[in-house]
Design a protein around this ligand. Structure first.
Ligand code: DGL
Length: 263
């Protein structure tokens, strides 16, 4: 039975895996976390494209039928360039979030937060404008959010003051919808909501990504017929670190994470 391949720069893509398991419990998943080269968020476009191609080639060797790029930085920089190089369908995390945000926003002022790379790529802005040319898009990179989440700093005075400072331009612009454009940011949802106010809609694309995967499997008749999917997790370094953080992102502990030398 072929699997769904998922890759991320590290552990954050497990938020997408969690949703895939929930919506598609009979599918097998092969996950690759590039923990030897994380973070991608501060790397150049060329480097992120090269890493993404290598990760996809690794997943294709695991006999996958579809690839999900769970990393927002990789989806922003690499996907527009490499998508058509491969025969397997490749889904990123940008378009599903953009669709939901454009649909949800009433005042057509949409905020996007992400890593430095994601914001610099302007992929979100371009995709939003394509769907709604009148939308005003306000973006902000939030480079401290990833280390906060990985260190378990999800609330408290320091976190609150950094969130306030990063989100000020979005608040000043009066956005009514904000895309959480990074794997880690959904874990900071409570404090982001507190800063932006309860009426602002926060878009966490994992759910929409899983819906998109489901749609493609249905349209290409690729569903697994068996019951109960099997999941395999690979990393390029430090499986212990990855397993330790998995609980936070996946909601359940992970044993048996395998280290591979694909790079
Ligand atoms: N996975 C990355 C993203 O969603 C965040 C971590 C990193 O910078 O590699 O953009």
């Amino acid at each position: 039975m072929k699997s769904i391949g998922v890759f991320d720069s590290g552990v954050g893509g497990l938020t997408v895996v969690k949703e895939l398991i929930r919506q598609l419990p009979n599918e097998n998943i092969v996950y690759f976390g590039d923990t030897a080269r994380v973070p991608y968020g501060i790397k150049s476009r060329e480097t992120v494209i090269r890493f993404s191609i290598e990760n996809i080639l690794f997943l294709l060797k695991q006999d996958v039928k579809l690839i999900c790029v769970a990393c927002n930085t990789a989806s922003s920089f690499a996907l527009p360039v490499i998508k058509n190089y491969f025969r397997a369908p490749i889904i990123g995390v940008i378009t599903p979030g953009v669709r939901e945000a454009v649909y949800a926003s009433q005042n057509k002022r949409i905020g996007v937060i992400g890593t430095k790379g994601t914001i610099k790529s302007r992929t979100y802005e371009m995709e939003i404008k394509q769907l709604d040319p009148k939308a005003k898009v306000v973006t902000a990179s939030c480079p401290l959010f990833v280390p906060f989440v990985e260190e378990g700093w999800l609330s408290g005075e320091v976190v609150l003051s950094v969130v306030k400072s990063y989100l000020k331009p979005l608040k000043d612009a009066g956005v009514d919808t904000v895309i959480l454009g990074c794997t880690h940011y959904p874990l900071l949802k409570p404090v982001i909501q507190q800063v932006l106010g309860k009426d602002v809609i926060l878009i966490d694309s994992a759910k929409q990504v899983a819906c998109e995967v489901k749609k493609i499997l249905a349209s290409e008749d690729l569903f697994n017929r068996g019951k109960g999917g099997k999941n395999v997790f690979y990393v390029s370094d430090n499986p212990e670190w990855f397993s330790g953080l998995a609980q936070r992102f996946l909601g359940s502990p992970l044993r048996n994470v395998k280290k591979v030398n694909n790079v």
